[in-house]
Design a protein around this ligand. Structure first.
Ligand code: GTP
Length: 646
């Protein structure tokens, strides 16, 4: 039982876990969608930020390169034009502190004017400190520019005298040709743009739930949440690339401008920024349209990459909350409790069913194999079931009786009223007992004691009563025999003295009530001792028996003959007066005298009797008196020579 509960609990907990896991999967995919949507939005914001900054820078350089003071100096260098150009650049540096250096560089690479803007105030670098930058890449790139082109350098760390300046100073160099009157490039305007502020704003544009990264075309980080990952190519950390970190993601990014990926439960979104297209897009288009001049920008591609770790995109998940965990534990506890109580309930139910079945089987066994017969009855007395013993009593097969025979059809005519009585008791939900004579299949009858028990719920169901049926035939025989023994003389079968007294009293009361006559004969065999002595006691017994038989053949059925003891007999004759009694006595005497009792040796023996007669009269008004009078008459008959009636 306990084992089953444990198994079931485990099963249901596993099921619950599976459901919760499924729900969590759906929920997680929603959270991921949400995170990706956030990525998309913040990438757009960051893109706008970068575009706008770079656009402003290109606008600045375009304007500056077109200023007459700048162009005049390049076209007609003089101390005056130089001063004006220096003035413009100084003023610009003062207003736009994001420019670290503002320079005009001749086509041979020589710096013509240089403004350093690192301190509180922009500083004009003295002529003797100006350098030749022909070998620098941005000068080389600048020399390649068409009149209408602007070069934007890679974002890298500023170097002074070949060494990386610390603290690191991320820098973009913007180069524009300065055109002569024929519209041909004559010199270069170079602005060193300090990107630290831009990168800070870039990082701040993203939610705390995400990690924002800016990656260059080679996969190095220009901005990374881990500072030590930045500027890998500059700091000789060439292994610190996105390509090494997530090769698959890098691969995907090479083929797609925009995209997202899920790697080890971490979410990535990316989008390339083409600085050549910074005018494009709704927020930038207005610049391009409103500008009176236009420039092509040598393309530079950066990639904005956003990463959300599992902890980050799940940060707001409901299942992370304390109460959810408490709820979850409670849920499992409830499931286990439910499984426990259901198992107990199921077990009890099964146990009850088992006991019920057992009880039913016991009942069936008791019913079927009971040592007495059973008949189950419908309300109308039709038999709906019987047991083996009943079938053995009657010799029927079950199918002969069930649903075919009514109880009253099973009894003989004499028992029909009792059967009806039983069926009445059945309809009134009573109990009743009767002795019935039942018909067996072979035509015999048996006496049964039928004890009917009705259902008391009053519902007229098919089975409304049951009769326990006991075959009492033998008992009845025994009862009859005992009764016979109690009332009769064992030798002759005649009534004994006790039964005679009961009968006589009853008849005498009747005679008194009806004022009808009643007579008594007292009889005694003459010289019976001698017969016994001569022929033996057995012959004496035979004579007594044939006397009884013979007399019973002579007297009426309403008379009763009793043996009072020895060879003395008495006959009570209701409705016979004295004279008729004397006549009857003589008839008996003569009949007996003529009776020849055979002997075993082939001979015969005869005997006579003496009879005394007395009848009810005014003087003889009790049985005792009549008996005494008959006795006295008998005595007289003996005295007067025997074989007489007195
Ligand atoms: N065979 C037999 N004899 C019995 C039975 N009961 C009594 N007797 C005998 O009946 C005889 C009665 O004898 P008595 O009283 O002398 O009478 P009796 O010989 O008939 O003489 P009287 O009556 O005077 O004619 C006795 O011998 C008894 O033993 C019985 O059941 N069977």
């Amino acid at each position: 039982m306990l084992k089953q509960i444990v198994y079931r609990s485990l099963l249901f907990c596993a099921l619950l876990t599976a459901i919760l896991w499924l729900a969590k999967s759906y929920y997680d995919s929603d959270l991921k969608e949400e995170a990706f949507a956030r990525h998309k939005q913040t990438i757009q914001s960051a893109r706008t930020l970068l575009h706008e900054h770079m656009l402003r820078t290109t606008q600045d350089i375009q304007q500056l390169s077109r200023f007459n003071a700048i162009r005049n100096f390049v076209i007609s260098p003089s101390s005056e034009t130089k001063e004006q150009a220096q003035h413009i650049l100084l003023e610009t540096a003062r207003v736009f502190s994001q420019y670290d250096q503002l320079r005009i560089i001749a086509f041979d690479g020589q710096e013509l004017i240089r403004i350093d803007n690192q301190g509180a105030e922009p500083e004009l670098v003295a002529t003797e400190k100006l350098q030749n930058k022909l070998t620098r890449y941005y000068v080389q790139e600048g020399l390649q520019l068409n009149p209408n082109e602007i070069y934007i350098s890679p974002l890298d760390l500023n170097k002074e005298h070949g060494l990386i300046q610390t603290p690191y100073k991320p820098m973009v160099r913007i180069v524009s040709p300065i055109l002569n009157n024929e519209g041909m490039p004559t010199a270069l305007l170079v602005l060193n743009y300090k990107a630290a502020g831009l990168l800070n704003q870039f990082r701040n544009a993203f939610s705390k739930l995400d990690r924002a990264m800016l990656v260059n075309r080679d996969g190095f980080w220009l901005s990374n949440h881990f500072k030590e990952n930045e500027w890998g190519w500059e700091l000789n950390n060439t292994h610190l690339t996105l390509r090494n970190w997530h090769p698959n993601l890098w691969e995907q990014m090479q083929n797609n401008e925009v995209g997202s990926a899920v790697i080890n439960d971490e979410l990535f979104s990316y989008q390339n920024i083409h600085l050549a297209n910074m005018y494009e897009g709704t927020s930038h288009g207005r610049y391009k349209d409103s500008l009176s001049f236009n420039s092509d920008i040598v393309d530079r591609v950066w990639t904005i990459l956003v990463q959300s770790s599992k902890e980050q995109w799940q940060a707001g998940a409901v299942y992370k909350s304390y109460w959810f965990k408490v709820l979850l534990v409670a849920l499992y506890v409830i499931v286990i409790a439910l499984v426990y109580s259901l198992s107990i309930h199921r077990y009890q139910h099964k146990e009850n069913l088992r006991l019920e079945r057992l009880q039913l089987a016991n009942f069936r066994d008791l019913y079927e194999n009971a040592p007495i017969g059973y008949i189950t009855l419908a309300a109308d007395g039709m038999i709906t079931n019987v047991n083996k013993m009943l079938l053995s009593y009657l010799g029927y097969k079950r199918e002969d009786l069930v649903a075919k025979v009514n109880l009253k059809d099973l009894v003989v005519k004499d028992s029909e009223s009792q059967a009806h009585d039983l069926l009445n008791a059945l309809s009134e939900a009573r109990t009743k007992q009767h002795r019935l004579l039942m018909k067996c299949k072979n035509g015999d009858t048996i006496v049964v004691s039928c004890n009917l028990t009705s259902r008391t719920d009053g519902i007229p169901t098919l089975e409304v009563g049951r009769c326990s049926v006991l075959d009492v035939s033998e008992q009845v025989k025994l009862e009859n025999r005992l009764q016979h023994l109690a009332h009769n003389d064992p030798l002759t079968g005649l009534a004994n003295r006790r039964y005679f007294d009961e009968f006589a009293t009853h008849e005498f009361v009747k005679a008194q009530r009806h004022k009808s006559p009643i007579s008594i004969l007292a009889m005694d065999i003459d010289h019976f001792k001698k017969i016994n002595d001569t022929y033996g006691h057995d012959v004496g017994d035979d004579i007594l028996k044939s006397l009884a038989n013979t007399c019973e053949g002579v007297i009426r059925s309403t008379d009763i003959m009793a043996r009072f003891g020895g060879e003395e007999f008495v006959i009570l004759m209701p409705d016979i007066d004295y004279d008729d009694a004397v006549i009857k006595a003589n008839e008996i005497r003569e009949t007996l005298a003529a009776l020849k009792t055979p002997l075993s040796n082939g001979g015969i023996v005869q005997f006579t009797i003496s009879i005394g007669v007395a009848a009810y009269s005014a003087e003889l008004d009790t049985i005792d008196k009549i008996l005494k009078s008959a006795d006295m008459a008998l005595y007289k008959a003996k005295e007067s020579g025997r074989n007489k009636v007195c």
